[in-house]
Write a protein that binds this ligand. Structure first.
Ligand code: UDP
Ligand code: MG
Length: 329
């Protein structure tokens, strides 16, 4: 029984060694308790620090460690995808490098899958302690909105930390979309999910890679990726304004016929014109967002570009060289 641990890393030179230490400890424990073997799949998402060298070094000292390095920063979603694709395990887990997803939960997750009752063990935080209150507020708002709009349920507080069966991983990989929103994809593929809850843990080292603007764009990706309700909303608002305009015209014509037409009401006219054109632009914008996503999707660009893997890295050259030397001898 092989378990793959996928770890997307972006500038995680401080956290990665700590993660490796903790994950190895849990791996050893589970080797004894469950007879499980492990592989670590580290994804270097175009880090600008020493993350990649650390991965190379870890691969050098531990054959279980594999890594993939991107040619630039493609984002965590691309990292998850590349990791799932590279994973060879019968069970696949993904965790953050900052130990905010405690590997010590893995035994419990594995028990749930082995029992055959579940295909996936996922985690959610019960608190958002340690997070800026504004961020928590908007996060809650986002989950409320997307769950109203989308048929796919997106669980509030769900983390990307989960353990899945090979069958579920293959299902996720069969979704080849370019605009990836994992929280939606996990839910969309279905399967029976067991939810484990834990309280929020602060990251061990390094800083968060998400700022408010990035999160905002991520939430738009989520809504656009898993709901077409905004398009319907645009049409609905259009109809509403047409009706309002029709009633307005009736009112103005009747008033002019009955009372003549004193030339006043320009300020209100300007306000109405501004409002209507604003709504029009807003609705065109909604259509534009969907169009741009469709545009990117039709280009069929790869989700990420690999620059180096453990099979092509510096150590691989050494191995090849020593093999050649042996053959020559
Ligand atoms: N990450 C990544 N690519 C990115 C941003 C983040 O691979 O462009 C990784 C990061 O290294 C970490 C995980 O995604 O392992 C979660 O990021 P972070 O801890 O910064 O997010 P937070 O926990 O603050 O939401
Ligand atoms: Mg984190």
């Amino acid at each position: 029984m092989l378990i793959s641990l996928i770890v997307p890393c972006y500038n995680e030179q401080d956290a990665l060694p700590l993660f490796y230490q903790e994950a190895s400890r849990v791996a050893e424990e589970m080797g004894r308790s469950h007879g499980a073997e492990f592989e670590f799949v580290f994804i270097d998402d175009g880090s600008k620090d020493d993350t990649l060298s650390i991965m190379r070094a870890l691969h050098g000292q531990d054959a279980r460690v594999r890594y993939q390095s991107f040619s630039r920063n493609f984002g965590k979603e691309a990292g998850i995808w590349a990791g799932l694709k590279a994973a060879r395990g019968d069970y696949v887990a993904m965790l953050d490098a900052d130990l905010q997803d405690p590997p010590s939960l893995l035994p419990e997750m594995l028990d749930a899958l082995i029992s055959g009752e579940y295909d996936c063990a996922a985690t959610r935080r019960t608190t958002r302690k340690g997070e800026p209150p504004v961020r928590s507020f908007f996060a809650r708002l986002f989950y409320r909105i997307i769950n109203k709009m989308s048929d796919t349920e997106i669980v509030d507080g769900a983390r990307d930390f989960r353990l899945m069966t090979r069958q579920m991983v293959d299902a996720i990989l069969s979704m080849g979309e370019y605009n990836r929103f994992s929280k939606g994809i996990f839910s969309w593929v279905g399967f029976r999910t067991k939810w484990l809850e834990y309280t929020n843990v602060e990251r061990v080292a390094g800083t968060t890679k998400w700022n408010f603007w990035k999160l905002f764009r991520y939430s738009i990706d989520g809504i656009v990726g898993f709901s077409t309700a905004p398009l319907a909303l645009a049409a609905f608002v259009g109809v509403f304004f047409c009706l309002a305009a029709f009633l307005g015209i009736l009112f103005v014509v009747v008033r002019a016929l009955l009372f003549g037409d004193p030339t006043n009401g320009w300020p209100s006219l300007v306000c109405i014109v501004l409002l209507c054109s604003g709504v029009q632009l807003f609705c065109t914008g909604i259509v534009g967002v969907y169009l741009s996503k469709t545009y990117l999707e039709t280009k069929r660009r790869p989700i990420c570009i690999l620059k180096e893997t453990e099979e092509s890295g510096p150590r691989a050259d050494q191995r090849l060289q020593s093999r050649k030397n042996q053959e020559e001898r």
